[in-house]
Design a protein around this ligand. Structure first.
Ligand code: FES
Length: 65
């Protein structure tokens, strides 16, 4: 699933970047690690949720739709 249309970032890419950067960090640091930066900002809420899940060790598959 595409998370950020402006930077063509999908969920897997954002999730892997969050794991790689690790620890408590900001979504901007995650985007920086991908050589991207927010433009329109519409993706930030969803990207932040993904990063929070990765930092808390939550598995998206375990979250009901
Ligand atoms: S969708 Fe991510 S900055 Fe626009």
């Amino acid at each position: 699933m595409i998370i950020c249309v402006c930077n063509a970032l999908n969920e897997t890419t954002v999730r892997q970047a969050a794991q790689k950067v690790g620890g408590k960090t900001s979504i901007l640091k995650i985007y920086e690690s991908l050589d991207a930066k927010p433009k329109c900002g519409k993706c930030l809420c969803m990207a932040r949720d993904i990063c929070n899940q990765e930092m808390s060790g939550a598995d998206l598959a375990s979250i009901p739709a």
